[in-house]
Design a protein around this ligand. Sequence first.
Ligand code: ATR
Length: 271
Amino acid sequence: MKKAGVIGHPISHSKSPLIHGYWLKKYGIEGIYSAYDIPSESLAEGVNRLIEDGLVGFNVTLPHKQKMLFLCQRLTKSATQIGAVNTVFLNEKGEMVGDNTDAYGFCENLQNLYPDFDWKGKTVAVIGAGGAARAVLYALREKKVGQIRLTNRTKNSADNLGQMYQADVIAWDKKDSIVPDADLIINTTSLGMKGQPPLEIDLSGVTNQTLVYDIVYNPLHTQFLQQARNLGAKTVTGIGMLIHQARPAFQTWFGVMPVVDEEVNKILMPE
Ligand code: ATR
């Protein structure tokens, strides 16, 4: 019986056991996927214990995504460049390899909904410069988009990421100006999430060709996406990013690349 799981602190909110548990059942795989609460001060010991217990790998969530970089013997290109690990697997030498599948999940989610979307040369507006923005910016550069406009409440973080990913930084109080002529507009902040204020931005420059993407998935239909839809834009919700980032990890551990179906969406849908 292959064992995998997710580590974090706290961990009870994690949706990963629901996703992987559903796929294990769907594909008839004799495996188990559990949540492990490991506090920061005992991360190294906690991780070593999981490996000794025979886990084939695990997902990493808050607050360990950065610290895990230093505990892995190897890192993939995406983990190195994004500066965070969300997936760990063991290589043939038994070394821990740190990977990051968030950028993959971000792209697959959009492409699944809009298969004809061509990233190359597109003008993209990114709102936010936290951890999620790093994965999104990395993905956008891999996809060879054209201009990236970046805005964030804290200017310093936007300047840093702007330099790393060749993005033009726009001041937070001028954020409405990132909208006109953008082909793709992405919210990577936590604004709009349950318990948080909404993201207030004037989207009136969008057309029926503009794609508006919110990585927030609780609620699924944020005010930001609602505004975009009312203006006729195409929209992408955040739940698919969560599902798609889990697929390559599942394949590495359990040998099957899961296909996303309606059922997994239903299981995760917030009430
Ligand atoms: P994550 O890993 O989910 O991206 P994070 O690294 O804490 O989380 O980043 C949160 C993002 O949401 C940041 O861009 C943050 O802006 P700051 O860099 O200014 O903190 C943004 N954010 C969170 N609350 C916000 C608020 N009330 N107004 C504006 N931006 C906010």
